[in-house]
Design a protein around this ligand. Structure first.
Ligand code: IFM
Length: 479
């Protein structure tokens, strides 16, 4: 961990009236109750129960027990003054018998859980934002090909319609997918995420089927819940070439293609980037893109969700020395960066979070302004922003997390800069409300503004939660 020092307060940055202040979680990371309420296994249940996949052998079986404690957690949110809560729906709770043949019966217990959560939030004055897919694909669908199969996208559209029909009278915003980059490349190319496959062609097919799933779900939500708005959340990268050499610029462009443009271009402009298709032609011919798909994918969005954590610095790899792979996605033999053999992610110096991720808030401003430029007028929300640090509860019962406070302060100021420059950003969600199951890292990485004792499930507000509550109360960040 590296400490960043708070500087004396010199300015008050106020956000637009009505700016949404939220926190975000995801079903598999917080709910627990993995085998309760009629739920069946997702790819993350299978993956986390596979020896060697998760640090310390952790699983999401219990997680934060949010499934049982959601009322208390909503009360905590209300205490902090949050005006919105972004959570995800676990597909295997809603249609637990789904197979490639069809969704099977809807599980009323699954819908009832989310419906009760929505009611609890509304009663507390907190606006729910629902993510339909945050990585917990039903295992039965993975067994039939997962995101490499078009059928998964079709069924996702049907599932989205069910959820929107059940919750759309009270939920104003549905986010179709969270970070399809991770689902596709970490799940199917590098294999550090479920389902743990290492097949570049499969990953590119997953990219397209996730985009298609987004398009089909967008139409489905609009049918079932015409008053609701639809978003897609992307983890856009601020890609920085190390030098201004042509080779470094090319490296940056290719990484930008795989992380940003392969999602932004079809969704915003209805085509895949020609350079990405050409660069990956030796891997796949992209014949999984069928006539009409891009029209479905480019359905106008109401909101684009942006998740930003860390900059992505790249340089051309000269092969004269071992490759540096400090891309923040784990040390793996298989790379998520397809057709990027001559690209490296140099080791960064300077402040880092407990994930080893460099801290540079300029990227937040940059990605927001980029979206504003590429999609003029499209509303943007920061659907995740936050940092892991190794927090402990002190003898005084408090959790002092000055690094996270400073991280949030800097990133809020960066959001403010983008707003001041004209980006229509309407909300900010801290990742995360609670410490939770950080995927392949298990429970060792704490992202919450609320500390969770995993033995007792006791929640303790960290100082960052108090800081955030103060920002919310004033609608202003002091820097
Ligand atoms: O915990 C994850 C979350 O599920 C998706 N976005 C990044 C977070 C931190 O790694």
């Amino acid at each position: 961990m590296t400490t960043t020092q708070a500087s004396a307060a010199t300015a008050e940055l106020s956000f637009p009236r009505g700016f949404l202040w939220g926190s975000a979680t995801a079903a598999y990371q917080v709910e627990g109750a993995a085998a309760e309420g009629g739920r069946t296994p997702s790819i993350w249940d299978t993956f986390s129960h596979t020896p060697g996949k998760i640090v310390n052998g952790d699983t999401g079986d219990v997680a934060d027990d949010h499934y049982h404690r959601y009322r208390d957690d909503v009360a905590l949110m209300a205490r902090l003054g949050l005006t919105s809560y972004r959570f995800s729906v676990s597909w295997p709770r809603i249609t637990p018998q789904v197979t490639a043949d069809g969704l099977g019966p809807v599980n009323p217990e699954g819908l009832a859980f989310y419906s009760a959560l929505v009611d609890e939030l509304i009663a507390a004055g907190i606006t729910p934002s629902v993510t339909l897919y945050h990585w917990d694909l039903p295992q039965a669908l993975e067994d039939a090909g997962g995101w490499t199969s078009r059928r998964t996208a079709e069924l996702f559209g049907e599932y989205a319609e069910i959820v929107a029909a059940a919750l759309g009278d009270r939920v104003p915003l549905f986010i179709t997918l969270n970070e399809p980059w991770c689902s596709a490349y970490l799940g199917y190319a590098s294999g550090v995420h479920a389902p743990g496959r290492t097949d570049d062609a499969a990953a590119l097919s997953a990219v397209h089927h996730l985009n298609l799933a987004h398009g089909l779900a967008t139409a489905a939500v609009r049918r079932a819940a015409p008053a609701a708005r639809v978003a897609l959340t992307l983890n856009l990268a601020w890609v920085v070439p190390e030098t201004d050499s042509a080779l470094d610029a090319d490296a940056a462009w290719r990484v930008d293609g795989l992380q940003n443009r392969v999602f932004l271009d079809p969704v915003l402009h209805g085509h895949y980037p020609a350079d990405v298709l050409a660069d990956t032609a030796h891997v796949t011919d992209w014949s999984f893109v069928e006539a009409g798909d891009l029209e479905i994918i480019r359905a106008p969005l109401d909101v684009l969700g942006v998740n930003y954590y860390t900059p992505t610095q790249v340089r051309h790899w000269t092969r004269e020395r071992p490759k540096e792979n400090a891309d923040g996605h784990g040390d793996t033999r298989a790379s998520p960066w397809i057709a990027c053999d001559d690209v490296e992610f140099p080791i960064q110096h300077g402040p880092k979070t407990d994930m080893g991720w460099s801290i540079d808030a300029r990227g937040m401003t940059e990605v927001l302004l980029r979206v504003a430029r590429e999609a003029p007028g499209l509303e943007i929300m920061v659907t995740e922003s936050g940092a892991a640090f190794p927090d402990v509860v002190g003898a005084d019962g408090r959790v002092a997390d000055p690094d996270r406070v400073e991280y949030l302060r800097m990133h809020l100021a960066a959001v403010h800069r983008a707003v001041a420059a004209g980006a229509p950003v309407s909300g900010y969600y801290v990742w995360s409300l609670l410490d939770n199951f950080e995927w392949a890292w298990g429970y060792g990485k704490r992202f919450g503004i609320v500390h969770v004792d995993y033995d007792t499930q006791v929640r303790t507000l960290k100082n960052s939660a108090l800081f955030y509550a103060d920002v919310i109360r004033r609608n202003t960040v002091r820097v």
